[in-house]
Design a protein around this ligand. Structure first.
Ligand SMILES: CC(C)(COP(=O)(O)OP(=O)(O)OC[C@H]1O[C@@H](n2cnc3c(N)ncnc32)[C@H](O)[C@@H]1OP(=O)(O)O)[C@@H](O)C(=O)NCCC(=O)NCCS
Length: 94
């Protein structure tokens, strides 16, 4: 299990990566046509450059796959992550 768990927070429509129980990075989304549209990714300024957003993307995409959901990577960070990790390309909604 990762040291940094990622959870969906549907009330706030965002996936959250927790660092010591606090939100260290998050990805906001809309649900659109049955797919999850990732809008924006953000890492707390003091924690940037440590791979947290990449870990958030990895676990978020794994959870979407497990749920049988598709993703629309509107956020440039997620689009970049999927381009670098083609094993997730099949999750992208056409
Ligand atoms: C972009 C951001 C989320 C990256 O967070 P982080 O935890 O430092 O990221 P990581 O250390 O996991 O990953 C760094 C990777 O993100 C890439 N990256 C950084 N900024 C990016 C951007 N705006 N768009 C796409 N990719 C970006 C880097 O090139 C690097 O890629 P690599 O792993 O292939 O070298 C963070 O810098 C941030 O919160 N920025 C302010 C908000 C923002 O601009 N969000 C992006 C648009 S949605």
């Amino acid at each position: 299990m990762s040291d940094y768990p990622v959870q969906d927070n549907p009330a706030r429509r965002r996936f959250e990566l927790l660092v010591d129980g606090e939100v260290g990075a998050l990805a906001t989304y809309h649900v659109r046509d049955g797919a999850i549209m990732i809008l924006h990714t953000e890492t707390a300024p003091a924690m940037q450059g440590r791979g947290l957003a990449s870990e958030l993307a990895r676990q978020t995409l794994d959870q979407l796959r497990e749920r049988g959901d598709r993703v629309i990577p509107s956020c440039p960070f997620f689009a970049h992550y999927i381009a670098e990790h083609p094993e997730y390309a099949d999750l992208v909604a056409r």
